[in-house]
Write a protein that binds this ligand. Structure first.
Ligand SMILES: Cc1cc2nc3c(=O)[nH]c(=O)nc-3n(C[C@H](O)[C@H](O)[C@H](O)COP(=O)(O)OP(=O)(O)OC[C@H]3O[C@@H](n4cnc5c(N)ncnc54)[C@H](O)[C@@H]3O)c2cc1C
Length: 265
């Protein structure tokens, strides 16, 4: 690794000030992605601003169907929250399926969302839940936040402080894991609201990152059952091909995972 200055922030304002003071600085949350990237010399920040000791960034609050998850809340805390399980069990199940116990105890929802890995799980959930990403300066709808592979609407030094959403009547996530990394080779999150509005979003498969599937949403709005997806086509030309799977294979996985998610919801 290169020499790096470490800063421990105790408040959001403190962290933003520290981050803005150095040109090549970065926020550090769980370090599950950032530290590995630094070890591989793919990133060399001059300064790291640690967010893990800011009390306001941690924790989950549920008020009826209204959910708020602090950015530095770990995947383990999301997976094991009884309050959240009662309001939206699908997001707890999703968090429980991230990586391994070490990753779940260290990694955070804010770090995952800011990183926007095309195979990460949370982006699919936040898009399907019509979530809002709350930063230190503004609120960004998930639909405007994820802008491409590892790209988001975050400005330099802008910090995610929380994620909020209104829990839907039904939701579930189905993921086909990469057996080595446990990231999603394809993951589909489905959510249905009381008014019949349905959202289906897909991670791990899109050539440009997480995306919604309007064809599946229309079919499920008309008939909320796995069988209603039988006639929906998934276009492989929009999907990713890599050493793990071809676009055609992923197109099939999108349909299979969507059916499983609807059945589970
Ligand atoms: C072995 C392994 C398996 C994994 N498997 C999965 C998996 O199955 N599914 C999955 O979704 N993920 C998986 N991950 C990734 C994991 O979920 C990480 O937790 C996540 O990518 C990054 O979160 P972090 O808190 O560790 O962030 P960090 O690594 O600390 O930071 C990541 C990036 O986000 C920025 N950042 C962090 N917090 C904020 C914030 N609040 N505001 C703005 N920017 C911020 C940092 O500056 C950095 O650029 C895996 C990781 C590993 C190592």
């Amino acid at each position: 690794m290169y020499a790096t200055n470490y800063h421990r922030a105790s408040s959001v304002q403190d962290a933003v000030r520290m981050r803005s003071a150095a040109d090549e600085s970065k926020y550090l949350a769980g370090g599950m992605t950032l530290i590995a990237t630094m070890k591989q010399r793919l990133a060399a920040p001059s300064d790291l601003v640690d967010l893990r000791h800011i009390p306001s960034l941690r924790g989950i609050s549920v008020d009826g169907t209204s959910v708020r998850i602090g950015a530095a809340t770990t995947h383990y805390d999301v997976a094991s929250s009884t309050e959240l399980k009662a309001a939206c069990p699908a997001i707890c199940d999703l968090a429980h399926g991230i990586g391994d116990p070490h990753v779940r105890h260290m990694g955070t929802i804010g770090g995952s969302v800011a990183n926007n890995d095309p195979a990460a799980d949370y982006p699919a959930a936040l898009l399907a839940l019509d979530a809002v990403i709350v930063t230190n300066t503004r609120e960004i709808k998930a639909g405007d936040f994820f802008t491409g592979l590892f790209e988001t609407a975050l400005q330099d030094a802008e910090m995610i402080v929380a994620v909020t959403f209104d829990a839907p009547a039904k939701a579930a996530y189905a993921k086909f894991r990469n057996p080595a990394s446990r990231y999603a080779m394809t993951g589909v999150f489905v959510a249905r609201r009381d008014n019949g509005d349905v959202r289906v979003s897909v991670t791990g498969a899109g050539a440009d990152g997480v995306f919604r599937h309007p064809g599946m949403e229309a079919a499920l709005s008309a008939n909320w059952s796995p069988d209603s997806l039988a006639g929906v086509s998934v276009d492989p030309s929009d999907l990713m091909s890599d050493i793990h799977a071809s676009a055609e294979y992923r197109a099939n996985l999108v349909k299979v995972m969507a059916k499983r998610a609807v059945a589970a919801a």
